[in-house]
Design a protein around this ligand. Structure first.
Ligand SMILES: Nc1ncnc2c1ncn2[C@@H]1O[C@H](COP(=O)(O)OP(=O)(O)O)[C@@H](O)[C@H]1O
Ligand SMILES: [Mg+2]
Length: 407
């Protein structure tokens, strides 16, 4: 048994060539480093996967992202052997998937995999519950057990009350939730989701993403999720794998992809993304360095030091007041030695896991923001300058990239 956080799906040096002679000259050319387009021009064979290696850890959402034709679906389909591969190995929980045949393969898919696809249409003449339990029916699960499993999956996606409706009575978003419930019905370890939300309009899509992450928080499935939308990838992925022309370009956390794009190609995608959404407060906050009770203004100012402000705490460690560097210096300039009158209380608070975009407005006031844990204790000091710098750093990366490409 693979433990949480350990690799459960592993693709190792996987090649997939489409055409009459996949192991012929096309394969040799790809292996020698020739790109997809030239291989196709020279041999008429299509390079689906070009030396793809990645591993998905148990319990994570691993997103494969790339433009149409980059090989995402092909990669996903090697995991349940909807595709044979030309070279390499694919293992799931230490099973060599590509070696499975017939009933072993079916049993393996049934035990491990749930699938949710964009165009995995519901049966229009079956009720929602029968759509959800259909896979279990095919597997020979008895009626009572499969209906229980289907109801459980439906209530997970918030559609328990629609079990007896027909798909046409549901909105597009709800239908896609039925699709998700169908994927979850057999309680698989692994969910394979190929552009599952891509047909939904943006608002519904975000709701679906949120819901999926909520469900994931409860069930801790391993999710291999495919999308052509980087925003979606960065929003839901624990890690993101970017593909181009059948090859892996970069694998990293959303933060790594955004702040250290491996190539211009990744940077180009990144420029469309709202950075603030994925960078969290704790990544750029400073240690709190609170001001002790009863100190003088000049002592407090030396605590503030290079920061733009520091907080005074109550006995429970919660911030009550702030001394900003500006206020302190102004008060000292007027000859005050007393700390009290220089303090203010109109500061903002946020949590360490909040994303930067949610603190933009507060940062705009120019005051340091108190980063507090759930009990209200001060855990960090968020300087608005650092928020701007962080944003600026990414802007800069993108500018550099544009210069490289367009000049
Ligand atoms: N069955 C197939 N026969 C021939 N070429 C295929 C087949 N399936 C996919 N391809 C080609 O392989 C490449 C990768 O396709 P795919 O994995 O579907 O891309 P994506 O899911 O990223 O849009 C594309 O060039 C596509 O045309
Ligand atoms: Mg696809």
């Amino acid at each position: 048994m693979v433990e949480m956080g350990e690799a459960i799906i592993v693709l190792d040096e996987v090649y997939k060539i489409f055409g009459p002679q996949p192991r012929g000259r096309a394969f040799d050319l790809v292996r020698s480093g020739m790109g997809k387009n030239r291989v196709q021009a020279e041999t008429g064979h299509v390079v689906g996967l070009d030396d793809v290696s990645f591993s998905v850890n148990k319990g994570e959402i691993f997103v494969v992202m790339g433009l149409s034709g980059s090989g995402k679906s092909t990669a996903l389909r090697t995991v349940n052997k909807l595709h044979d591969i030309t070279y390499g190995t694919v293992t799931v929980d230490s099973t060599d998937v590509q070696a499975l045949e017939g009933s072993d393969l079916q049993a393996f898919r049934r035990e491990y995999m749930g699938m949710v696809f964009q165009h995995f249409a519901l049966f229009p003449h079956r009720k929602v519950i029968d759509n959800v339990s259909y896979g279990l029916k095919v597997q020979g699960v008895d009626k009572k057990a499969r209906e229980e499993a289907a109801m459980k999956a439906l209530s997970l996606v918030g559609l328990g009350t629609y079990a007896q409706n027909f798909p046409s009575e549901l909105s597009g978003g709800m239908q896609q939730r039925v699709g998700l419930a169908r994927g979850l019905a057999s309680d698989p370890d692994i969910l394979l989701m190929d552009e599952a939300f891509s047909a939904l309009d943006p608002l519904i899509r975000r709701q679906m993403q949120d819901e999926m992450m909520e469900i994931q928080g409860e069930l801790h499935k391993t999710i291999l999720f495919i999308t052509h939308d980087l925003n979606e990838a960065l929003r839901i992925g624990d890690r993101v794998c970017i593909m181009k022309d059948g090859a892996v370009v970069q694998i990293g956390t959303p933060e790594e992809i955004l702040t250290k794009p491996a190539t211009g190609y990744v940077a180009e995608f990144v420029q469309d993304v709202d950075q603030g959404r994925v960078i969290q407060v704790h990544e750029i906050m400073q240690k709190p360095a609170p001001i002790s009770a009863g100190v003088t203004l000049s002592e407090a100012l030396s605590t503030v030091g290079e920061r733009s402000g520091a907080f005074v705490l109550d006995s429970a460690g919660a911030p009550t007041h702030i001394l900003t560097a500006d206020d302190g210096i102004r008060a000292a300039g007027m000859g005050t030695t007393d700390l009290g009158p220089a303090l203010r209380t109109d500061f903002d608070r946020c949590g360490p896991e909040d994303c930067l975009n949610t603190v933009y407005a507060a940062a705009g006031r120019g005051l340091p923001i108190a980063v507090c844990d759930v009990s209200g204790k001060l855990v960090g000091n968020l300087d608005p300058r650092h928020i701007m710098e962080e944003m600026g750093r990414v802007e800069h990366l993108i500018d550099d990239f544009e210069r490289e490409v367009f000049m």
